[in-house]
Ligand binder design. Structure first.
Ligand code: CO8
Length: 239
């Protein structure tokens, strides 16, 4: 995201460009993993308040002005957010749509929408609650309290923290590691993990087992196990 003068405020144009870019990246077989980032010091400071100011209820409802927002959460390919600095409001929600969140030491996560007389609208009450639980979510949403990178790590919102200089490099290193795996198994695994938020344990375990069985229909499963047994490095084809 690259609107540094507006702290990467997520305006309609940025969100529709992001959605169409994600369509292109998903369609490109050369692309295995998607990393989303901003600049040093700012991931995104939320939805564009100046753009939202004149809007009224009937218009936002009829336009469905959030319709492009969920595109990132519907990516089949793995997604990684590299968060430097502010991830506020819609910025925090956008990071939470990704599969993995890495942050730099100066990262700040918050859902300050109530301070603007509104409330989170793209996952700040739902994904956040599933990630960090009700108590932390309520405090963040109801008071606008922001989490530092260390707090976000302790709360389970993010998986790792790096110095600002190495954040993107580390994110790309992880992306490259995932890119070497079987793209088919990666998609199935991502589906299974995401299903954990939607299903009961017994249904989720059955779903996971069925997806696991389905990997036995792939060449990659044979390639991976064969390489292990013969002490070789596997090259996966996605087939
Ligand atoms: N929208 C529009 N412009 C913004 C935003 C924003 N969210 N954030 C910053 N800017 C602009 C500022 O207005 C300023 O512009 P200008 O130079 O024209 O005055 C410029 O960016 C630089 O910002 P600051 O001068 O404020 O920079 P600071 O370093 O002093 O502060 C902060 C940085 C702390 C990030 C501060 O700008 C801030 O608090 N921003 C707003 C954070 C916020 O409230 N975010 C929530 C927005 S609401 C939301 O995200 C709802 C999501 C609901 C789902 C999706 C709906 C579409």
């Amino acid at each position: 995201m690259n609107r540094p003068t507006a702290k990467n405020a997520l305006c309609d144009r940025l969100m529709s460009q992001l959605a169409s870019l994600l369509d292109d990246l998903e369609a490109d077989p050369e692309v295995k993993v998607i990393v989303i980032t901003g600049q040093r010091g700012v991931f995104a400071a939320g939805a564009d308040v100046k753009e939202m100011l004149p809007r009224r209820f009937p218009a936002v409802l009829h336009e469905e002005f959030l319709k492009d927002w969920s595109r990132l959460s519907r990516c089949q390919k793995p997604t990684l957010a590299a968060v430097s600095g502010y991830a506020l409001g819609g910025g925090c929600e956008l990071a939470m749509m990704c599969d993995v969140i890495y942050a730099d030491e100066a990262a700040i996560f918050g859902q300050p929408e109530l301070l603007l007389g509104t409330m989170p609208g793209a996952g700040g009450t739902q994904r956040l609650c599933r990630a960090v639980g009700k108590a932390v979510t309520m405090e963040m949403c109801l008071t606008g309290r922001k989490l530092t990178a260390t707090e976000a790590l302790q709360a389970g919102l993010i998986s790792r923290v790096f110095p600002a200089e190495s954040l993107l490099e580390e994110a790309l290193k992880t992306a490259e590691k995932i890119a070497q795996l079987s793209s088919t198994a990666v998609i199935l695994c991502k589906r299974a993990v995401n299903a954990a938020h939607e299903m009961s344990l017994s249904v989720g375990l059955q779903y996971e087992r069925d997806l696991f069985y389905s990997t036995f229909a792939t060449e990659d499963r044979k390639t991976g196990m064969d390489a292990f047994v013969h002490k070789k490095k596997p090259t996966f084809s996605g087939k």
